[in-house]
Design a protein around this ligand. Structure first.
Ligand SMILES: C[S@@+](CC[C@H](N)C(=O)[O-])C[C@H]1O[C@@H](n2cnc3c(N)ncnc32)[C@H](O)[C@@H]1O
Length: 191
């Protein structure tokens, strides 16, 4: 059932076409955020062989849905601390007949078993929540990546210096994948 403050939107990215429902109290309710779009395009270009992916802070599911649709054989775990985001992602997965994403309500990595390992962790992180949240996410991602796994983040361009410092601190490396006037996509590799 659709609530009063929800809206149907379409996503078209390369050969990926999806119809999703969003809600005014979730991130980017009018459609796919331009930063998230940049991140998805980079992942498809640079890490096209992704298999086990974690989407940290899935919102209404934009990143997870695109990656799942592009590669039905991949297995994706989408986490969010906001129960409304979790439920909207589940709704959007059903509406688009996608069965390769599991959505987990989780504050940080709390709800994700330490046994799980991912070759790719992606996020458009909630930078407005403060540096501690983001630093912890970057630090904890190390424990959830398999050897040679990659953490890929999109952030506002003005925040790149401190995000890059944090990635260097915990991973010992970072590289820029792409940038535009507003956003930077940056990744760290686990050696
Ligand atoms: C910038 S939004 C990105 C949403 C979505 N990935 C997208 O690209 O449209 C960040 C998301 O992180 C979630 N979030 C904030 N703090 C969190 C935390 N501590 N643990 C997990 N998710 C969190 C928010 O609820 C929000 O949905």
């Amino acid at each position: 059932m659709k609530s009063e403050n929800s809206k149907n939107i379409s996503i078209s990215l390369g050969s990926i076409n999806l119809t999703c429902e969003t809600k005014s109290d979730l991130f980017s309710p009018k459609g796919l955020d331009s930063g998230s779009r940049l991140l998805i395009e980079d992942v498809l270009k640079v890490f096209p062989k992704y298999k086990n992916v974690l989407d940290w802070g899935c919102g209404w599911g934009a990143i997870s849905l695109c990656l799942a649709k592009n590669k039905p054989e991949s297995k994706i775990i989408a986490i969010d601390s906001d129960i409304a985001a979790v439920s909207m992602t589940n709704k959007n997965l059903s509406a688009n007949n996608l069965a390769n994403v599991m959505v987990v309500p989780s504050h940080g990595y709390e709800g994700v078993s330490m046994e799980k390992k991912f070759d790719l962790i992606v996020s458009n992180p909630p930078t407005h929540r403060g540096r501690e949240v983001i630093n912890n996410m970057i630090k904890d991602s190390m424990n959830y990546l398999s050897e040679n796994g990659n953490l890929v983040l999109v952030v506002e361009a003005r925040l790149k210096p401190w995000i890059a410092r944090s990635m260097d601190e915990y991973f010992g490396n970072h590289k820029i994948l792409s940038r535009n006037a507003k956003h930077v996509v940056v990744f760290s590799h686990k050696n």
